[in-house]
Write a protein that binds this ligand. Structure first.
Ligand SMILES: Cc1ncc(COP(=O)(O)O)c(C=O)c1O
Length: 369
């Protein structure tokens, strides 16, 4: 079977979760498993996290939450998307926690009350500088007061999202943190939210003052850092080994043009391996210029442009066997090619690389379930 394979090592995932828990002390860990668990497979990942004692998960949409419930996941689930009346109806069946992230969301709750629906638990999402979803933080207390008066309900949690916690200069992230702290103080005069959270992966590594009693972590769990600007990185392990099969080995002479644009020409007579993974599967196209793969502990250059379904590797004078696999990223025995290294080189963050992994052909194989 020559399909691309993403091996997902659930032991490494649990190991990473433990490291994050150690780093963040007593804070509750909300594991972010949106976008199919950052391409790792949301249901198996969530089940493994549940086994490891994680009680809270975050996804983007109500449909992602439904997928987890169908998959037997019992953790509390917070959804990040803008509130809809459809989600409010579904949450009653599936016990999912929603966001209030704009003033108009109150009308959705009020309509639900009128219809006699049980209101879902909700967290108040504040905007402190991301300018995406979120009630402006200065309006947080007055909005909470209105929600209380007009529906009788109070937020179970309050949170905001940081936009620069993974950057060298943390000045703006610290401004967001200060704004959040002030908003929390004001909200506490109106109600007592159980959960307060702001830290994402960048903040877990770079901003120890940001943990409050919950952290929302994605990328670190999957074994990569959000960027190279990490003050005190964790010893996380890559959860995914992305691999491709060599379906053809052909001898070539030095100077033979390879792939679109005829840009690559081997320097010596040797062997080219055709690997059955392409950009349609999530192989990053810009990675051809300085890109490598690994096999048997050695790095080999990617030869020429990545094609939609395949790419070529220059094995030089080493002759691989057809059917052997190359490691594209991850860590597997003597092969170690961190996704962070590829990200740095091509300027595409690991979030984009993981979530760009193709759906139809890439087989996810779960290890240590
Ligand atoms: C609202 C929210 N919280 C937390 C996270 C987790 O971020 P990270 O993967 O950097 O930990 C995300 C991811 O984008 C998010 O959208």
């Amino acid at each position: 079977m020559a399909n691309p394979v993403a091996e997902i090592d659930l032991d490494r995932l649990r190991h990473n979760a433990r490291l994050v828990m150690e780093r963040t002390g007593g804070s509750e860990l909300l594991a972010v498993v949106k976008a199919n668990g950052y391409g790792h497979g949301a249901v198996p990942v969530s089940r493994a996290l549940q086994q490891a004692g994680i009680n809270y998960l975050g996804v983007f949409s109500i449909d992602e939450a439904t997928e987890l419930r169908i998959g037997g996941v019992e953790c509390e689930i917070l959804i990040f998307e803008r509130l809809t009346s459809r989600a409010v109806r579904k949450t009653a069946e599936e016990s999912v926690t929603v966001n209030l992230s704009w003033f108009g969301d109150l009308d959705i709750l009020k309509n639900a009350v009128k219809e006699g629906l049980t209101l879902p638990k909700f967290h108040l999402k504040l905007d402190t500088g991301m300018t995406r979803l979120g009630i402006p933080w200065k309006d947080a207390a007055s909005f909470t007061e209105r929600v209380k008066q007009e529906t009788g309900a109070e937020p179970e949690g309050v949170y905001t999202h940081l936009s620069t916690s993974d950057e060298g200069d943390l000045a703006f992230a610290n401004q967001q943190l200060q704004a959040f702290e002030q908003a929390i103080q004001e909200i506490r005069e109106v109600c007592s939210p159980k959960w307060v959270h702001i830290a994402n992966s960048g903040a877990i590594v770079n901003m120890p003052d940001s943990y409050f009693n919950m952290v929302r972590v994605g990328m670190l769990l999957y074994g990569a850092h959000p960027s190279a600007d990490m003050i005190d990185p964790l010893k996380i392990e890559p959860v995914m080994n992305f691999k491709g099969e060599i379906v053809l080995v052909r001898p070539v002479q030095a100077g033979t043009p390879i792939s679109y644009g005829a840009l690559y020409r081997p320097e010596v007579d040797g062997y080219i391996g055709i690997v059955q993974v392409g950009f349609a599967d999530g192989m990053p196209r810009p990675w051809f210029e300085r890109g490598v793969v690994m096999m048997k502990g050695k790095r080999y250059k990617i030869a020429g442009r990545i094609c939609m379904d395949q790419f070529m590797v220059d094995f030089g004078e080493d002759e691989p066997d057809e059917g052997e696999t190359v490691l594209i990223w991850g860590k597997d025995g003597e092969n170690n090619l961190p996704i962070d290294e590829i990200s740095e080189e091509i300027g595409i963050n690991p979030y984009t690389l993981f979530s760009g992994l193709g759906g139809q052909r890439v087989e996810r194989v779960f290890l240590n379930e």
